[in-house]
Design a binder for this molecule. Structure first.
Ligand SMILES: NC(=O)c1ccc[n+]([C@@H]2O[C@H](COP(=O)([O-])OP(=O)(O)OC[C@H]3O[C@@H](n4cnc5c(N)ncnc54)[C@H](OP(=O)(O)O)[C@@H]3O)[C@@H](O)[C@H]2O)c1
Length: 218
């Protein structure tokens, strides 16, 4: 385990052509069996982290429901604090500990809005959340293992900064296409394969018609 930051697992379900949602935002790519696997994994980490767009588009609960177990802390990266008051995450924040990570650019209006909820607000970064600082702060709160559940922009940032230890990718037997459909990794991308992180295939698990690939970062 890394010493100054939590252990980080990237986790997403993709289509065969590497999309994590269709062009209209349909992202339910996991089968029931895969959801059970995912929720078991959720119950073993200290926190689940997602980006703001995922909250806007999917309105997820990010809890443990398909297996027995405790729900971990939920962390949303939301530089301007624009998460909706009607989102399931804010509506359930009295039951599941929730952290909204914001940047210095957050407006007073949005800060006031967030402050009305029983959540923790963590500030870092000038215009967007500074991941290294955020991870250090989370680590100090005894959050030692985080499941990063996307979306593509968040995945890119963690990969670009080398801030992950494992990646668990479920491949769903679907071909989605679409230039505007979100890919597993968005952002600028690497210019050369040699610049991208080196991964070791740890295991391949078949769940009926889906495949779960488990990689560790070398
Ligand atoms: N199939 C799956 O497993 C799965 C899982 C999750 C999501 N999804 C899909 O992914 C799509 C959303 O992906 P997305 O790429 O559009 O957005 P995203 O990764 O969910 O969120 C990105 C946003 O997070 C905020 N952010 C703040 N600090 C950041 C930082 N340091 N690094 C990166 N982002 C930061 C930024 O908005 P601000 O600048 O406003 O803060 C950024 O635009 C949705 O359609 C969802 O359905 C699929």
């Amino acid at each position: 385990m890394a010493k100054s930051r939590p252990y980080i697992i990237l986790s997403n379900a993709i289509s065969i052509d590497g999309k994590i949602s269709s062009k209209t935002g349909d992202s339910k790519l996991s089968s029931k069996k895969d959801l059970k696997r995912l929720h078991r994994l959720r119950s073993k980490v200290d926190a689940i982290l997602v980006g703001k767009n995922t909250v806007h588009r999917d309105d997820p609960l990010l809890t443990v429901r398909h297996v027995k177990g405790n729900s971990p802390v939920r962390v949303v990266l939301d530089s301007n604090g624009s998460i909706s008051e009607n989102s399931k995450i804010l509506k359930t924040c009295d039951k599941v500990f929730t952290i909204v990570a914001v940047s210095e650019k957050i407006s007073k209006k949005n800060l006031d809005k967030l402050s009305r909820f029983p959540i923790e607000i963590i500030h870092s970064g000038k215009t967007c959340v500074n991941l290294k600082i955020l991870l250090k702060k989370l680590f100090k709160k005894n959050i030692t293992k985080i499941l990063v559940e996307g979306g593509g922009t968040v995945n890119w940032q963690f990969i670009k900064e080398g801030l992950f230890d494992e990646a668990i990718i479920t491949i769903s037997p679907t071909l989605l296409g679409g230039e505007d459909s979100v890919s597993l990794v968005q952002g600028n991308g690497f210019a050369k394969i040699s610049e991208s992180p080196k991964l070791r295939l740890k295991s391949i698990k078949r769940l009926d018609n889906q495949v779960v690939l488990h990689y560790s970062k070398l």
